[in-house]
Design a protein around this ligand. Structure first.
Ligand SMILES: Nc1nc2c(ncn2[C@@H]2O[C@H](COP(=O)(O)OP(=O)(O)OP(=O)(O)O)[C@@H](O)[C@H]2O)c(=O)[nH]1
Ligand SMILES: [Mg+2]
Length: 425
């Protein structure tokens, strides 16, 4: 039999109210033991909670949920008691003393919700993001996924895929009976679904919203990279000297530009150096430039690395010998602030395209990788030379969806996801 688990679901005491949740087969019996008669399902009643020896623990608002119509899918009792430390300790102590009851591990309630089919993996991920959300845009995007937006879309794709598979199987039988023809529209329908998945894969992802859009400042030594970063950050985050090669390691500064999260990174100037420390720094810069979502290049435009979102910056424009501004570059000065607002506006325009639109459904890296696998298999199915191969490709695509929703997921993934939750969730 499954363990019955309990935990405080609200924040750390002292607080006005503390919420203690009990979930599992013994939940109702335990709740009745504490509160006497439990209220009808989904209704709240004030009850006096008593320990096994009859002593009063607290007066609390008690709620009951019946399996399967509960968050975990199990029987649940929720106690909303006074949020004092001693009250909570007394109640948790009384629960721990009951046979067959144990304290829940972090995320265990949500994990049970997943295991009992109340939510799929995308909704669990949305919930984790919702709890961690610190900004309004993170909250809205997480909520859209947590409340099943992505699951419903995936359900639709799975239905569609299932019927494509059924058609492929039927076409195999048809061919075995010696008939020609089969299902001439099948390949085109696979392509149609692939196109739809492709459109989703091209959409902005969740990560830039959570981690900040990676904006990397790069260029040759002494170009004025660190000075520009300090000017944008509004504080002396990076060391600035007249010596080329001052910055050895990269420096990250989280910022908000027009409400959008940005991770601005200063890097070591790119040059061939014999200094082993500087060489490592330069190597890191190359990696950062490659991983940048937006590149601010402070060097000669002809030497700029190719990058899909590159802004040419002409720094130190206050100096008399820097008056000629290359075509398309933003002239800036860390001394008088010239061009900085213009530069930030350009960064903002590029960042907006990388971030999900307000409340839009967005995939995370894990989800996108499985959707990509489903997409690849569908594309393969479109080009398959016979129905047997086509059916096999469609099966591969269905499996990718099962991994996406967690129906065929691996244990370590579940551990890492549910470990992100706090106790009592
Ligand atoms: N006049 C003027 N001087 C600047 C400006 N920006 C940087 N400098 C000067 O240029 C020199 C190099 O500036 P840094 O910001 O350290 O340049 P960097 O690109 O970070 O250099 P490395 O870390 O060595 O790669 C310093 O002496 C700065 O004071 C500017 O906008 N105007
Ligand atoms: Mg520097």
């Amino acid at each position: 039999m499954t363990d019955t688990i309990f935990a405080m679901a609200s924040g750390r005491p002292p607080a006005a109210v503390a919420i203690i949740r009990i979930s599992g087969p013994l939940a109702h019996a335990v709740g009745a033991g504490l509160a006497g008669k439990l209220p009808p399902a989904r209704q709240a009643r004030i009850r006096t909670l008593r320990a096994a020896d009859g002593s009063v623990l607290d007066d609390a608002l008690v709620l009951r949920f019946d399996s399967p119509a509960s968050f975990t899918g199990e029987d649940i009792v929720e106690l909303q008691c006074h949020g004092g430390r001693a009250v909570v300790d007394a109640l948790l102590g009384a629960l721990a003393a009951i046979d067959g009851l144990r304290e829940a591990r972090p995320g265990e309630f949500t994990r049970r919700a997943f295991e009992n089919g109340r939510i799929d993996l995308t909704e669990a991920e949305g919930l984790a993001d919702l709890i961690e959300a610190e900004t309004e845009s993170q909250r809205r995007t997480a909520l859209a996924v947590a409340e099943g937006g992505l699951r419903r879309q995936i359900d639709q794709w799975q239905q569609n895929l299932l019927s494509l598979s059924a058609r492929a199987e039927a076409a195999i039988d048809y061919a075995e009976e010696g008939d020609v023809g089969g299902d001439p529209a099948l390949a085109a329908d696979c392509a149609k679904l692939a196109t739809e998945l492709g459109e989703w894969l091209a959409r902005p992802r969740v990560e830039p919203l959570k981690e900040g859009v990676r904006v990397v400042v790069a260029g040759p030594p002494n170009a004025g990279k660190s000075s520009l970063l300090n000017k944008i950050a509004g504080s002396e985050r990076a060391i600035v000297t007249a010596l080329p090669g001052t910055t050895r390691d990269h420096i990250e500064v989280p910022l908000s530009i027009g409400g959008m999260p940005i991770l601005l990174t200063d890097t070591a100037g790119l040059r061939d150096s014999v200094d082993p420390v500087e060489r490592i720094g330069v190597e890191r810069t190359r990696g950062l430039v490659e991983g940048a979502e937006i590149l601010l290049w402070l060097g000669d435009p002809d030497e700029a690395p190719t990058h899909p979102r590159r802004i040419l910056v002409h720094p130190r424009a206050d100096l008399p010998d820097r008056k000629v501004v290359p075509h398309d570059a933003v002239a800036t000065s860390a001394v008088n602030g010239q061009g900085v607002a213009d530069l930030l506006a350009r960064v903002g325009d590029l960042a907006r395209a990388i971030l999900p639109a307000e409340g839009a459904l967005a995939l995370n890296r894990r989800q996108a990788s499985h959707l990509q696998a489903a997409y690849d298999a569908l594309q393969h199915a479109e080009k398959a030379v016979d129905f047997v191969l086509q059916a096999e490709d469609l099966r591969v695509s269905r499996e990718a969806f099962d991994r996406l929703t967690g129906r065929a997921s691996v244990e370590d993934l579940l551990d890492s996801l549910f470990g992100r939750f706090c106790l009592g969730k």
